[in-house]
Ligand binder design. Structure first.
Ligand code: 4NP
Length: 149
């Protein structure tokens, strides 16, 4: 089974939404994929996703993510997942730093899947419209990943 890890800074805004988008599109396509998310930082370990993100995901996908719990990414994740997607360029640099030398996991920016070498902007200090933008970006990227399976 393919295993995909979505990573941002806090694991409460962007990466849980990307995890939800991946689960949503995989289920729609009838594909069994292992999906998880994590943060490079430890600030929010154990917390549920930001309620604004929960609201946007519920509204757009009918997907409930209140039970998700934030965790910090570990070096071992590079052995458990085939692909690790970073939400932004800083996350990518931080992941490259903890990546074990013998790791086979593919590491890239999520939006490269839709031909954009750009970051998913951090919506933490923004408003609900910023979370809507995150959803449209991560959803389009996950849909593209599923289409290539
Ligand atoms: P995320 O957003 O990385 O998309 O989960 C953030 C969450 C928390 C903080 C920054 C970004 N923070 O500074 O606490």
């Amino acid at each position: 089974m393919r295993a995909i890890l979505m990573v941002c800074l806090g694991n409460i805004c962007r990466s849980p939404m990307a995890e939800a988008a991946m689960r949503y599109h995989a289920e729609k396509a009838g594909l069994d994929i292992m999906v998880d998310s994590a943060g490079t930082a430890a600030y929010h370990i154990g917390k549920a996703p930001d309620t604004r993100g929960q609201q946007v995901v519920l509204h757009n996908a009918g997907f409930e993510m209140g039970h998700f719990k934030a965790r910090q990414v570990q070096a071992e994740d590079f052995n458990h997942f085939d692909t690790i997607y970073a939400m932004d360029a800083q996350n990518l640099r931080d992941l490259e730093h903890i990546r074990p030398a013998n790791s086979k996991a593919k590491l890239s920016l999520l939006l490269e899947e839709i031909g954009q070498s750009q970051s998913v902007a951090d919506p933490y200090y923004g408003d609900i419209s910023d979370f809507e933008t995150v959803w449209s970006q991560v959803s389009a990227a996950c849909e593209a990943i599923i289409r290539e399976y």
